[in-house]
Design a protein around this ligand. Sequence first.
Ligand SMILES: *[C@@H]1O[C@H](CO)[C@@H](O)[C@H](O)[C@H]1NC(C)=O
Ligand SMILES: *[C@@H]1O[C@H](CO)[C@@H](O)[C@H](O)[C@H]1NC(C)=O
Ligand SMILES: *[C@@H]1O[C@H](CO)[C@@H](O)[C@H](O)[C@H]1NC(C)=O
Ligand SMILES: *[C@@H]1O[C@H](CO)[C@@H](O)[C@H](O)[C@H]1NC(C)=O
Ligand SMILES: *[C@@H]1O[C@H](CO)[C@@H](O)[C@H](O)[C@H]1NC(C)=O
Ligand SMILES: *[C@@H]1O[C@H](CO)[C@@H](O)[C@H](O)[C@H]1NC(C)=O
Length: 354
Amino acid sequence: MRTFFVVVVIQHLLAAIAAYRALPSSKLIVLYAPGCNSTKLIEEVRRGCNVLIWFSVSLKNGSFIEGGPNRSCVLEVQREVDAVHMISIGGWDAPHPEGNGTEWWSAFEAWNEGLYDGIDWDLEGNDDLGSPYNTMSFETLRLVNDMSVAARKAGAIVSIVPPQSYLDTSETTFSYSLENTYSDFVPEFTYRGRNTYAPLVAWFDYDFVDVQLYESWSRTGQALEQTGADPAHYLLDLVRSLTHDYFVGGFPPELGLGNETLNLSIPLDKLVLGFSRGSPTTPSQAPGKSPFISPSDVGRAWQMMGDHAPRGCMLWNANLDGGPCWLNDGTQLDSCEFVETWNKFLLQRNHALT
Ligand SMILES: *[C@@H]1O[C@H](CO)[C@@H](O)[C@H](O)[C@H]1NC(C)=O
Ligand SMILES: *[C@@H]1O[C@H](CO)[C@@H](O)[C@H](O)[C@H]1NC(C)=O
Ligand SMILES: *[C@@H]1O[C@H](CO)[C@@H](O)[C@H](O)[C@H]1NC(C)=O
Ligand SMILES: *[C@@H]1O[C@H](CO)[C@@H](O)[C@H](O)[C@H]1NC(C)=O
Ligand SMILES: *[C@@H]1O[C@H](CO)[C@@H](O)[C@H](O)[C@H]1NC(C)=O
Ligand SMILES: *[C@@H]1O[C@H](CO)[C@@H](O)[C@H](O)[C@H]1NC(C)=O
């Protein structure tokens, strides 16, 4: 009897130590934090950001977790302001994990020591054509799913951040390759996915799905450039497709998804739209490569969508908020306030900036 009570008390203590914060039930303003400038990040949370996704760690062979920001700086930001803190796994050019997702979650919890409230999956491709990391293997997708299931069971938040081609409403098939091309837009660009993350959303209900509309030469960029679409109308149509009209079929049998076309439409309250500051004209960039949608155009889209607007907006990345941005014709604007503008229609938080 006494042993039983001791076990129960220990279990409660462990649960208290590993208590993960839940996502706020409100709309979300999500920022990526590569590195830690605590002054800047505290400012950004005061402006309205309520989810900080710290960037990033890799899961290396042998249960070794590599990277991540300075922990004492993360703690300093956590002490000062009220936000949810997640850690991203992956990034462009980062290795894809191997092994067992359930076991990786245990390794992660031991490493985490309660610092982050959840994980965000950002496994992407690699600059080197032919790199094994330009294939998102079945084993990797299964690992992501299994680790996500274990994270959910522990009460942690789990999100995915697909580049737009990884959840592409204009393509109806799936591919493991991250070296696909579009015949009708910048065909020489060979780093596209084709519904790479579709199995993930078919298998598991993520806390939010954060689509990178700013992927290089994305369908968003194509629409803005080729049809001259009003960005607000484009967002309206895209949100409708992603939440009502997203069908993918022809999955390989090992994914266990059958051979029917699946309706993978993302619930509206799970969808977050990801934006960037656009592309300057430099040797590795070009106007419109990373498409730009101004925060006020996003505001117009939100107004048009009314009760049918998604969960929130994300910016890559926190350090760039308030700095210069580039229109899709290469014109530079000196100061672009994403979070402050989004806050007006998403949260209306009113924090005094100190
Ligand atoms: C950190 O952020 C503050 C406030 O935005 C800025 O003034 C400062 O230059 C930044 N520091 C670094 C090292 O970037
Ligand atoms: C990781 O370990 C597995 C099994 O030991 C091995 O097959 C694989 O090649 C290793 N991967 C890397 C990237 O080292
Ligand atoms: C980590 O952050 C703390 C608190 O901001 C700072 O004092 C320390 O110098 C940082 N360490 C490194 C290695 O940058
Ligand atoms: C991963 O490990 C767990 C237990 O440690 C086991 O139940 C599960 O089947 C393993 N998953 C795979 C894909 O091997
Ligand atoms: C697909 O799913 C979405 C979201 O649940 C729904 O609104 C839509 O009607 C579905 N489409 C079909 C053809 O079932
Ligand atoms: C789809 O799956 C069913 C049952 O496994 C099988 O009988 C059928 O031939 C498959 N159809 C195609 C087009 O692969």
